[in-house]
Ligand binder design. Structure first.
Ligand SMILES: [Ca+2]
Length: 323
């Protein structure tokens, strides 16, 4: 999991002709040293300090930190986990959901804050007793534990029950990324939870990119389409990558498509990523029953993942219709 890379040679600019690029690549000498860190299970998120210390999550276990010495301290575990300095019984994993992204505060040396995405269960949780949350916590001086754990966002969408989608179990499409932008605000992704109306719902924290401050409050200037001003952009399926262009600070988001059409999107404040999987819109019928190759409407319209279709079966005429 931990890797050291040293690159020797020329940097090449993008946009040069393919032949020139290949020639440049062949002239590059790349010396890669890889240090394998094997003792992790379902690792999901990582965030680094400048000295090489890094925090990492394991989806069904919790949050740990690896120190430059190589030793690992287990900081915060999910319910039923062992060996962690502290445990939160409400944290859990199911399907794609669990302990996901982690981020270090740019002012970590002053405030010792880190931020962790997870799923949480409890009677107070908004989506059938579950929700995706963003926690802020303080790391103690010797990196042996965390204190002051606060849920700064506690109402992001979660899929509580199985549906007829292919791979339709609970816990689908949580996004899970949390990153500080160069503007000093937290960018947080949440996927569509297999929820048709969610991504185009102007207020539900489903299929969204959020932009908030250290307390989880809306960052000033968000052009949300609705009344929930934490929303920076909407219309996403399952965004699990984000980065910021040096200099301009432009936001780029990557998301997984429905077995096809993965996307990288330059995100505009207030913009719509376009993902709209509602029934009865965009030529799509209501999904009434599942078949081995997808989900079918009363009219026989097939809502299918393009390569979920078994070999040899004819392609549904509506294969472009996505779910
Ligand atoms: Ca899109």
């Amino acid at each position: 999991m931990a890797a050291k890379f040293t690159l020797k040679g020329k940097w090449v600019s993008l946009g040069v002709a393919a032949s020139a690029l290949m020639a440049a690549q062949s002239a590059m000498a790349v010396d890669v040293q890889v240090e394998v860190f094997q003792k992790s299970k379902n690792p999901w998120g990582m965030a680094f300090l400048k000295d090489g210390t890094f925090f990492f999550t394991e989806k069904c276990d919790g949050l740990s930190v690896r120190l430059p010495s190589g030793s690992v301290n287990k900081l915060l575990g999910v319910g039923g986990s062992s060996g962690y300095a502290s445990v939160r019984d409400d944290l859990f994993c199911d399907g794609q959901a669990g302990v996901l992204g982690v981020e270090v505060d740019p002012k970590f040396s002053e405030n010792r804050f880190i931020y962790v995405r997870s799923t949480s269960q409890g009677a107070n949780r908004k989506y059938g007793g579950y929700a995706n949350i963003l926690m802020r916590m303080k790391v103690n001086n010797d990196f042996s534990g965390v204190t002051d754990v606060v849920d700064i966002i506690d109402d992001m969408g979660y899929k509580p029950k199985a549906t007829k989608h292919p791979f339709g179990g609970p816990g689908a499409h949580n996004g899970g990324i949390v990153r500080f932008g160069p503007d000093g605000f937290l960018y947080v992704t949440i996927g569509d939870n297999h929820n048709g109306p969610g991504p185009q719902d102007p207020n539900a924290l489903i299929g969204k990119l959020l932009r908030v401050d250290r307390d989880g409050k809306a960052a000033p200037g968000n052009k949300s389409p609705g009344s929930d001003k934490r929303i920076f952009a909407h219309g996403f399926r399952n965004p699990q990558g984000i980065t910021f262009r040096p200099g301009s600070g432009d936001v780029y988001l990557s998301e997984n498509g429905p077995w096809h059409n993965d996307e990288v999107t330059k995100v505009v404040n207030g913009g719509n990523g376009g993902w709209d999987p509602r029934d009865n819109v965009n030529g799509r019928g209501e999904c009434l029953f599942a078949e081995p190759d997808g989900c079918r409407s009363a009219e026989g319209a097939c809502r299918i993942h393009a390569h979920d279709r078994p070999e040899g079966l004819p392609r549904c005429a509506e294969a472009g219709i996505q779910q």
